[in-house]
Write a protein of this length. Sequence first.
Length: 346
Amino acid sequence: MKLLVTGGAGFIGSAVVRRAVAQGHSVVNLDALTYAACLDNVASVADSPLYAFEKADIRDRAALDRILAQHRPDAVMHLAAESHVDRSIDGPGTFIDTNIMGTFHMLEAARAYWVAQGRPEGFRFHHISTDEVFGSLGATGQFTEDTPYDPRSPYSASKAGSDHLVRAWAETYGLPVVLTNCSNNYGPFHFPEKLIPVIILNALAGKPLPIYGDGSNIRDWLYVEDHAEALLLVVAKGELGRSYNIGGENERSNLDLVRTLCAILDRKRPKEGSYADQITFVTDRPGHDARYAIDPARIRDELGWRPSVTVEQGLELTVDWYLENESWWRALQERHGVGERLGVTA
Ligand SMILES: NC(=O)c1ccc[n+]([C@@H]2O[C@H](COP(=O)([O-])OP(=O)(O)OC[C@H]3O[C@@H](n4cnc5c(N)ncnc54)[C@H](O)[C@@H]3O)[C@@H](O)[C@H]2O)c1
């Protein structure tokens, strides 16, 4: 396939780009290169004849039209978004602009391109979204594809809005779409402001390991390479108009997760005492969802997808990657001054 991947210089998008090229697909990476992007994430494929990069903003309709007409993709995988909940609390406007208006422009550009091509049957617009659109669970239950939407942060509300637009474009204009809603990802190239890199890098720097509230919030963790594999499966084989929930069946409270990371670091980079001694409880995130859990039965039963690693294996791989790639994360930390607490203005 020839794939147009938006947000391919970000964390998940770059995993999709690397994997797609490795599988023999042609990839056009469309990215505006916001603070969250890093072209080093795709350096391993940059010289491949299967890879092209287009610096463009998904809100720039003229640029989208030009890129679609020039590269003529068989499918669009739309990942570009503002993605950090804490930033959405401090500055929700960018999230509305990028995630809702940007998706609107992507849909309109994709629709015009698809119509101009004679509505090819195989074309797909794959919208990549999050399980956070479903809101917050109590102690039991899991999100299925039929769970009603109940977003509670500016980030998740903007993603929910974009999901609704995608379904509306399928119903109203017949645009061939597939959607996926995924749980929390982690792994290599994760931007240093997100929980797992913050913990690893603060631990190594001898800094406090901040845990929001009492650390009881539960997330369903998925290794990013397993997400990328699921996305490439859905874009190729997913049923039109259908959405697929993707999750690792790896529920952990934030406190458990941080303790596991500390135990791994204690083994791999021993120091006097344990890294767990650096754990510090800080004021909770406003509107902090208590628990997310995904029921991945549909993608497992219909498309045969399963995560390849457990959370224990994935965290080992992740810690190894951060230990081996200090130049990557140091450059980002220096460029963006990562470290100050975000999301407290509410
Ligand atoms: N990170 C997670 O755990 C997770 C889980 C489920 C779903 N998602 C979804 O997956 C997608 C990718 O998430 P991520 O964690 O890789 O995000 P990220 O923040 O790491 O990367 C986002 C990328 O989008 C680009 N971008 C942002 N605004 C743009 C614009 N206006 N035009 C063009 N490019 C723009 C950025 O430059 C960046 O490269 C998002 O849609 C997110 O909602 C993320």
